[in-house]
Write a protein that binds this ligand. Structure first.
Ligand code: ADE
Length: 221
């Protein structure tokens, strides 16, 4: 079973994520184990302090090395991948999820506030960004990354639900339809009700490529 440890100062942010739908079911079925840890408990200072003002001046508070590094050292073994969430990390892609799903144990480190002491970088294996925008902390990125990995784990969802996913072959998804056949004059394409599976597959491949060319030509480069 894959193990994910999440280091955060705001464990309650994960309540909804862990207790609904597919993620909840994956945990109940022991396909993944998720351990949300408040790294404040690793502080050795008064009032469990975890941050302080930056050397050299400037605004905001900076997360200190000790609590985060102690937490990492307490939780990791020799088969652990430690990941720091930061806008400065490598951009996260579907391919990254496919790589991470093979790991036995990952630790996701969520920063918050202005940032963290630079020296923390020496204790992580990789840094990931989920996009070129800045969030208030790494919690939502940790959820996004965990979610994208967990749905790929064996037995979590049916394999045909993700072999055709957007991005899997650098292509966006093809369009899908369900009942009714006619919604306000907009009809389902004839080929989909033809019953000809070869033709349907060809139509879907064609639409997938067309959509990718129109919307995300960068994926085809
Ligand atoms: N923390 C704040 N913004 C982030 C982002 N875009 N990706 C990863 N971690 C973050």
């Amino acid at each position: 079973m894959m193990k994910i440890d999440i280091l955060t100062l705001f464990p309650n942010m994960f309540d909804g994520f862990l207790n609904e739908s597919i993620i909840k079911r994956a945990i109940e079925r022991k396909l993944v184990s998720i351990n949300v840890v408040n790294f404040r408990k690793y502080s050795k200072l008064n009032n469990s302090q975890v941050d302080d003002t930056p050397y050299g001046g400037g605004s905001g508070m900076v997360l200190m090395c000790e609590p985060i590094v102690s937490a990492i050292e307490d939780l990791k073994d020799d088969d652990t991948t430690v990941i720091l969430l930061t806008p400065q990390g490598i951009p996260y892609k579907q391919k990254s999820a496919m790589m991470l799903k093979e790991k036995k144990h990952i630790i996701l480190v969520c920063g918050h506030y202005e940032g963290f002491d630079e020296r923390i970088r020496n204790f992580v294996d990789m840094e990931i960004s989920i996009g070129d925008y800045v969030l208030t902390g790494g919690e939502i990125p940790a959820m996004a990354i965990s979610d994208s990995i967990i749905r790929l784990l064996d037995g979590v969802i049916k394999e045909d639900s993700y072999v055709n996913d957007s991005f899997t072959d650098n292509r966006l998804d093809y369009p899908t339809y369900t009942k009714p056949y006619d919604f306000r004059g907009m009809k389902v394409p004839d080929v989909l009700i033809s019953g000809d599976h070869k033709k349907i597959e060809a139509y879907r491949q064609e639409e997938s490529l067309k959509r990718t060319k129109e919307r995300r030509p960068d994926l085809l480069d």
